[in-house]
Design a protein around this ligand. Sequence first.
Ligand SMILES: [Zn+2]
Ligand SMILES: [Zn+2]
Length: 244
Amino acid sequence: MRLQFIGCGDAFGSGGRSNTCFHVASEGANFLIDCGASSLPALKRFGITRDDIDLILITHFHGDHFAGLPFLLLDAQFTRRTRPLTIVGPKGIETRLALVREALFENSSKTKQRFDLRLVALEPKVTASFGAVNVTPFPVVHGESGGPFLAYRIETEGRVIAYTADTEWTETLIPLGRDADLLIAEAYTYDREVKNHLSLKTLEAHLGEIKPKRLILTHMSDDMLARLDALDYEAASDGLVIDI
Ligand SMILES: [Zn+2]
Ligand SMILES: [Zn+2]
């Protein structure tokens, strides 16, 4: 299984990085995790065939995780996509997606799609299956607006990928990431505690309980990016490809 970081930046473009979007492809699965505002140009930059993507998992409705969808859907329509597409996210995804599509491209949410577009709202802690991909959402803590907030534990072809999404520390991150083949974790700051976000030091204090087989840090602010060379952790970069 191959995972590519299409974008691993925060909402502010720190380090010139694209907004969050990860692409996972294997024999039987092809999906995105999040689709931030800059995702379409980033997908094109890395040569990802958008037509092969069957599923998009959205963690929450902040623009750096969600606002790429209007562009992606418009592009799909104009490139005559016919393959069905499923977009999965927290409760309210149908309304939120229609709102952002209308805000960015008027009438785009009302145009008949050439392809079957299915929107699915997930309940926390209830596993849902999409073809070969089993997704368990965990509730996380990320403020008042832009939620509900979900982190995902994704199991496909015997491999587990866990992604914290944006969150401050919460105990649900332990079952989320426990023994995962790959844990992608927000490390927004090094040790400074910022409301609604996770610092590396806080994450580090719990790694013994989570015990991921591999950890990759993402969604880093300038504070973290400046320290990367001195850290003993693997960190995401736009375009980085991982074999899982
Ligand atoms: Zn974010
Ligand atoms: Zn966020």
